[in-house]
Design a binder for this molecule. Structure first.
Ligand SMILES: C[S@@+](CC[C@H](N)C(=O)[O-])C[C@H]1O[C@@H](n2cnc3c(N)ncnc32)[C@H](O)[C@@H]1O
Length: 308
């Protein structure tokens, strides 16, 4: 059950990665309960500024309790980070943080419908002010759409059987709760993975789909590069391979010099250089952090710096 708190993952390493300058301007795209934001504020001097975003109204309310003139909390999606930061007066940032995925309060609040551990309406929206709930989508989607979502975003090898079971259940009556869904997935899956509830992958898939998490990430990354000042830092923490793949590919691509066809009459100094420089290797939490906070176990952090 939730006490409303969230333990920030890789907190010191992430804020070290931002290379916080006392008078710098920072954007925390995923405030959550503000673990990283508070650390950034602690390293900022009087002239520093921090703008935090979150699409979840409860996170925004938590941010509203921080009484600090250097801090501004904004409700919105990081897929619009350029526009939202601009609206808060930030057109250039010294560092931007993306700590992706869901927070512990979202997972642990039975009413949000993110978890198969509690019985609740199948909602799964991070921003409950708009968008479609998981239950409404499952009521309307075709069998092949359901199969594709579960296969792609859950990397679930039994997606076909689960989609068929959902369609069959739907014909008997509406599928409205987390328990109903978890039970029918458990029945549909012919083999279980050790130490994992059979519904884990299906719930992850629906959550990613309902919140368009991968699209949001793909929209945010180029805007972050645009927003960064030269030598500004981007720190991204992901929690599953689909997210990390997007971050890794984007950073790699942005860190490559542009390739022009050979034998063109272009001087080397006129060829645009890379937009980013990769800083170190990907970082994972150490065993002590994972032991203290099991939700850290799949975290992967990547850091890049805007080219001068
Ligand atoms: C892992 S938590 C962040 C925890 C935070 N770093 C802390 O220390 O408390 C992720 C947060 O990002 C928010 N979030 C996820 N996707 C988002 C998006 N596209 N735009 C804005 N916020 C998003 C979630 O609502 C959640 O509160």
């Amino acid at each position: 059950m939730s006490d409303g708190s969230h333990t920030a993952v890789l907190s010191e390493q992430a804020v070290d990665g931002l290379n916080v300058r006392g008078d710098g301007v920072y954007v925390d795209c995923t405030f959550g309960r503000g673990g990283h934001s508070r650390l950034i504020l602690a390293r900022l001097g009087k002239a520093g500024r921090l703008v935090a975003l979150d699409r979840d109204a409860e996170a925004v309310a938590a941010g509203g309790t921080i009484d600090d003139g250097r801090f501004r909390m904004v409700h919105g999606r990081f897929g619009r980070v350029g526009e939202l930061a601009g609206g808060a007066g930030v057109t250039q940032a010294d560092g931007i943080l993306l700590d992706l995925g869901v927070s512990s309060p979202q997972l642990d609040d039975p009413a949000r419908g993110f978890s198969f551990r509690f019985d609740a309406p199948l909602d799964m929206r991070m921003d409950t002010s708009g968008g479609i709930t998981a239950a409404d989508w499952l009521a309307r989607a075709t069998q092949s759409e359901i199969r594709e979502v579960i296969r792609t975003y859950g990397e679930e090898r039994f997606a076909k059987q689960i989609a068929a079971a959902i369609i069959a259940a739907r014909a008997r009556g509406p599928l409205r709760t987390t328990r109903q869904l978890a039970a029918l997935v458990a029945e549909a899956v012919p083999a279980r993975e050790p130490h994992q509830d059979p519904a884990t992958r299906t719930f992850q898939a629906l959550r990613i789909f309902v919140n368009q998490e991968l699209e949001e990430l793909s929209l945010a990354l180029p805007q972050c590069v645009e927003l960064l000042r030269p030598a500004g830092r981007l720190v991204a923490i992901s929690f599953h391979s689909l997210e990390d793949r997007i971050v890794k590919r984007f950073l790699r691509e942005a860190a490559r010099p542009d390739h022009l066809p050979a034998r063109l009459p272009v001087r080397a100094r006129d060829i645009p250089g890379p937009r980013l420089r990769l800083v170190g290797r990907a970082v994972r939490p150490d065993p002590a952090e994972i032991a203290a906070n099991p939700r850290a176990r799949s975290a992967m952090m990547r850091i890049a710096e805007k080219a001068a």
